[in-house]
Write a protein that binds this ligand. Structure first.
Ligand code: C2E
Ligand code: MG
Ligand code: MG
Length: 457
C-alpha cells in the first residue's frame, strides 16, 4: 500500500503538465498527446503494449493496476519528463519522440527503452516477455495526429505480442498509397455510379447589374471518401485517362443546364466549362462540341471554354490550331488563372480569345497590396487594348470588388457574390435580383464609417 502511494506521488510529480489524466496511471490521456503532436508537426510515435493485460485483470485486478502504474513510472523516469508519455488505451502507453529525434535514431531509442523496461524490478514485478513496442513516423503534411494514432493502434491490436520486440510500422506514405489506390478504383466508377455532379458559380456583369452566366465546376460526392476536391481528383482523372470521357459528360450536363436557364427567360446567360489539355488535343474535340450543342439545343455563343494560361502558352501555335475551329463555331474562349502562367506578349498575340480571368492570387486584398494593384491594372489595360473582356475571379470582399470596379473591371466571380451552387439553387439566385443589386450597390462611405467606428474615431 505504501509502495502504491509512493508511485502515485512520483507519477503526479513527473507528469504534472497535463490536466487530462488517466484514472489508473495518472498519465495524460490522448488529447494532450494529440495536441502536442499537432504542435510539433512531425516526429515518431511509439506505443508500448502491455500484453495479456485482460487476463491479468481477470486474475488479479489490483496487480494489473499496479503493473500499469509501474510501467508508467518507469517510462517517465527513463525519459526524465522530457518526453510526453500518455495512456492512449487500456493497456497501451504512448511515447512521443518529437521532431528533435531523427527518424533513424528513433528506433534505437525505443529499443533502449524497451530493453530497460524489461529489466526485472523486483521479485514480484517483471515485464519479461510482456511488452511490445511499435512505432511509426508522423507527418502533419500527410495525416492528422488522430489518424497516426489510430493507424498505429490498429497495427498493435492486430498483432498481439511477441514480447520484447520493437516493430517499425509502415509510414503514412504507405497507407496513403493504399488510400490513393482505393480512391483511384472508386473514381473509375464515379461517373457510371452517378457520383459526379456539377455546381454553378455565378458570374456577374456589374455594368448590366445582372448575372451574365456561370462557371460549371465539377464535384465528386463519394459515399466512401465524402466530397472530394476537384484539385485532387481532376489530376487523377487525367492520369487515369478518364478526363476525356468525364469532360464530355461535363460539357453535356453544362449545356443542358444552360438551356434550362434560358427557358426561365431571365436574359441571355452563358455557361463556362473548364477543359483539360487532353481534351483539346483530341482533333475531333470541336466536332464533339458542335454535336453536344446541337443535341442540347444551345447556341454556340452561350458556351465558353475555359483553359488555363499555362495550357494556352505552352505551345501557342498548337493552341491556335485548337482554338480556330472552336471560334469558327461561335464558341467563346476564356483564359483561366490569368497572370500565373508567365505569358509572353508574343505568345498572347498569336492567340485569338475572348476573355481573360484574373487569377484569385491577384484579387485577394487587392485594395491593400500595391503589387497586386499594379498587376491587375496592367491586365485590365491589356484586355482593353486587345478589345477583349476581363473578369476577376475569387472576389471575396466588397473592398476587392469596389477597387476592381473603380479600375475598370466590370465582371466578377467569387464568394462575395456567391459560392458555387447546385443547379436549382442557381436558378433561385437568378430570380433573387434584389440580393444581387444590394451587393453591387455597396456604398464605400458606409464601410469607411464602419472602419472609423471600429477604431473609435
Ligand atoms: P478554376 O477553374 O480556376 O475555378 C475556380 C475555383 O475557385 C473553384 O474551385 C471555385 O470554387 C473557387 N472559387 C471561386 N470563388 C472563390 C472565392 O471567392 N474564394 C475562394 N477561396 N475560392 C473561390 P473548385 O471548384 O475547387 O475548382 C478548382 C479547379 O478545378 C478549377 O479551378 C478548375 O481548374 C478545376 N475544375 C473544376 N471543374 C472542372 C471540370 O469540369 N473540368 C476540368 N478540366 N477542370 C475542372
Ligand atoms: Mg475555371
Ligand atoms: Mg481560375
Amino acid at each position: 500500500m505504501a509502495r502504491a502511494t509512493h508511485i502515485e506521488n512520483e507519477l503526479r510529480a513527473l507528469g504534472r503538465r497535463s490536466p487530462q489524466r488517466h484514472p489508473v496511471s495518472d498519465l495524460p490521456t490522448r488529447e494532450p498527446l494529440l495536441l502536442l503532436m499537432a504542435e510539433d508537426g512531425s516526429g515518431t510515435l511509439g506505443i508500448i503494449a502491455l500484453e495479456d493485460f485482460d487476463r491479468l485483470c481477470a486474475l488479479d485486478p489490483e496487480k494489473a493496476d499496479d503493473m500499469l502504474k509501474t510501467l508508467a513510472l518507469r517510462l517517465l523516469r527513463m525519459t526524465g519528463g522530457r518526453r510526453m508519455v500518455a495512456q492512449v488505451d487500456r493497456a497501451r502507453l504512448a511515447i512521443w519522440l518529437g521532431p528533435d529525434v531523427a527518424v533513424c535514431d528513433a528506433h534505437g531509442q525505443l529499443e533502449a527503452i524497451s530493453y530497460a523496461l524489461h529489466a526485472p524490478l523486483d521479485e514480484e514485478m517483471s515485464f519479461a516477455g510482456q511488452l511490445t513496442v511499435h512505432h511509426a513516423t508522423f507527418d502533419h503534411a500527410v495525416e492528422t495526429p488522430q489518424n497516426a494514432l489510430a493507424r498505429l493502434l490498429a497495427v498493435v491490436n492486430s498483432r498481439p505480442g511477441r514480447g520484447g520486440m520493437v516493430h517499425r510500422v509502415n509510414d503514412a506514405a504507405v497507407s496513403n498509397d493504399r488510400e490513393q489506390f482505393a480512391l483511384e478504383q472508386d473514381l473509375r466508377h464515379a461517373l457510371t455510379r452517378g457520383e459526379l455532379e456539377l455546381c454553378y458559380q455565378p458570374q456577374i456583369d456589374a455594368r448590366k447589374g445582372r448575372v451574365a452566366g456561370a462557371e460549371a465546376l465539377l464535384r465528386w460526392r463519394s459515399p466512401v471518401h465524402g466530397m472530394v476536391s476537384p484539385m485532387r481528383f481532376i489530376p487523377l482523372l487525367e492520369q487515369l485517362g478518364l478526363i476525356e470521357e468525364v469532360g464530355l459528360w461535363v460539357l453535356n450536363a453544362a449545356c443542358r443546364m444552360a438551356r434550362q436557364w434560358q427557358a426561365l427567360e431571365l436574359g441571355s446567360l452563358s455557361v463556362a466549362v473548364n477543359v483539360a489539355p487532353q481534351q483539346l488535343e483530341d482533333a475531333t474535340f470541336h466536332a464533339r462540341v458542335r454535336r453536344t450543342l446541337e443535341a442540347q439545343g444551345l447556341a454556340p455563343q452561350a458556351l465558353e471554354i475555359e483553359l488555363t494560361e499555362s495550357q494556352a502558352v505552352a505551345d501557342p501555335n498548337r493552341a491556335e490550331r485548337q482554338f480556330t475551329p472552336l471560334r469558327a463555331l461561335g464558341v467563346k474562349i476564356a483564359i483561366d488563372d490569368f497572370g500565373t502562367g508567365f505569358s509572353s506578349f508574343s505568345a498572347l498575340r498569336k492567340l485569338d480569345f475572348d476573355k481573360i480571368k484574373i487569377d484569385r492570387e491577384f484579387v485577394t486584398d487587392v485594395e491593400q497590396r500595391r503589387d497586386s494593384q499594379a498587376i491587375c491594372q496592367s491586365m485590365i489595360a491589356l484586355a482593353r487594348g486587345l478589345g477583349i473582356r476581363v473578369i476577376a475571379e475569387g472576389v471575396e470582399r466588397a473592398e476587392e470588388y469596389r477597387w476592381l470596379l473603380h479600375h475598370g473591371c466590370h465582371e466578377f466571380q467569387g464568394f462575395y457574390f456567391s459560392r458555387p451552387l447546385a443547379g436549382p439553387d442557381f436558378a433561385d439566385f437568378l430570380r433573387n435580383s434584389a440580393g444581387l443589386t444590394a451587393k453591387l450597390a455597396v456604398d464605400p462611405r458606409q464601410s469607411q464609417q464602419k472602419i472609423l467606428q471600429r477604431f473609435g474615431s
